[in-house]
Design a protein around this ligand. Structure first.
Ligand code: GLV
Ligand code: MN
Ligand code: MN
Length: 404
């Protein structure tokens, strides 16, 4: 099994020495290292690597022709993310190719491995940007103008990386050549461990989105400005954080303010502005909407109370995703024939598979996460489970790309 060797080579790339979390942000040097690693590993296996215009990397086992079976995931990370989110699906895909080659398997339908770009939206704010541009779900001009926290646009970052941002956008020819997409991913949550199952299959993805809240006030002196005279945007912001927690609990949703930028960010100054991002998710779209409406209305009330201006903008939204039932049943049958039981689970995490599911039969395999912790350096999957994932993915590719 070549999984451990591939993992060892990828593991140090983009890992912060102090936090041990990953900072693999798209179009940065760490991202370039991960891309170079993928390209080399794929080429060593005789695959032909071709980036698409959106920066996603495709490694072809066989000529691009209709009905290709795609597998893979992403290599970028959230700030101080875990090593498995995304990377596991890419490494597993390469190791599954090795396993199939060891068994002298020759695909009848082309197999293509993919590493999507900017899945987390950690740098430019929109998750699954590479796959959304590919399918046409993201508008190219809006995407080009997205900025990171330093004000660098996506267009500038892509240009610096040697790509032409004028070319980003839907690629119907590439997409139309794919017959199915199967993404293997580390489990995010802890459903498999209590069931004693190493692997699971995805049923669907909760609807979710991101909203940007801007609270505008007036900078002032932390010592001399009287409380009654202040226009402090931190006050409505903090009330809104607590209101989000309450609204989520009341509606059966989850709501998180995980990113906040305070200006000017001085200990002895009342802030002039607070920019914060709400991530909200729920089992159905009406509940997401009701939860966000409650949070917005709380933010408006607190802002008025404290003399603060408020603007709220939705920056991304993913409707409910249901993965293809026939493909899932087929994969479950292949796994069952090999003695593998893979429970079917919903997930509240977003994935490129969700973007592709709108356009072609798509499925996801999950690998058990013993603690369920994710988007954290503590994210983990046991080696034996990762290797079970490789064997399962190889079985699935064998079935989908092999002789009928
Ligand atoms: C991606 O992992 C997300 O669910 O935000
Ligand atoms: Mn993630
Ligand atoms: Mn992921």
């Amino acid at each position: 099994m070549t999984f451990a060797g591939l993992w060892r080579d990828l593991e140090p790339l983009g890992r912060h020495p102090e936090t041990c979390g990953y900072r693999r942000y798209s179009w940065t040097p760490a991202d370039a290292q991960c891309r170079a690693w993928f390209t080399k590993a794929a080429e060593q296996r005789g695959l032909i690597v071709q980036p698409d215009a959106n920066g996603n990397l495709w490694a072809w086992w066989g000529p691009p022709r209709p009905g290709a079976v795609a597998t893979g995931s992403h290599l970028d990370s959230v700030p101080d993310g875990g090593g498995y989110d995304g990377a596991l699906g890419v490494v597993t895909a390469l190791a599954a190719v090795d396993l199939l080659k060891e068994k002298n398997f020759h695909p009848e339908r082309t197999v293509v491995l993919v590493a999507f770009t900017e899945e987390e939206g950690a740098r430019f704010g929109v998750p699954c940007l590479g796959s959304r541009l590919l399918t046409g779900a993201a508008d190219p001009q809006t995407a080009r103008d997205l900025t990171d926290d330093a004000g660098v646009t996506l267009a500038e970052a892509m240009t610096d990386a040697g790509l032409d941002p004028a070319l980003i956008g839907p690629d119907p020819a590439l997409l139309g050549g794919l017959g199915a997409f199967v993404e293997l991913h580390v489990e995010q949550g802890r459903a498999l461990a209590p069931l004693g199952a190493a692997l699971g299959l995805a049923e669907g993805i909760w609807p979710h989105g991101r909203w940007r809240f801007e609270f505008g006030g007036r900078a002032d002196h932390a010592g001399t400005a009287r409380l009654a005279d202040r226009r402090d945007p931190m006050l409505p912001y903090s009330g809104t954080v607590l209101a989000a927690r309450r609204a989520a609990a009341e509606h059966g949703a989850v709501a998180t303010f995980g990113k906040v930028i305070v200006e000017p960010n001085g200990t002895n100054a009342v802030p002039s502005a607070v920019r914060a991002w709400l991530d909200a998710r729920a089992p159905d779209e009406a509940t997401v909407e009701e939860t966000v409406t409650a949070i917005r209305s709380a933010a408006a009330g607190f802002s008025e109370e404290h003399g603060i201006t408020l603007s709220v903008r939705r920056e991304s939204y993913t409707p409910l995703v249901r993965f293809d039932q026939d493909l899932r049943d087929r994969i479950a049958g292949v796994l069952a024939a090999a003695g593998i039981t893979a429970p079917v689970l919903p997930t509240a995490a977003g994935h490129d598979a969700g973007a592709l599911a709108e356009r072609l039969p798509t499925a996801m395999l999950f690998v058990r996460n013993p603690t369920g912790v994710s988007h954290s350096p503590a994210e983990h999957a046991d080696l034996a489970d990762c290797e079970a994932g490789v064997r399962a993915l190889a079985l699935v590719l064998h079935d989908l790309a092999g002789p009928k």
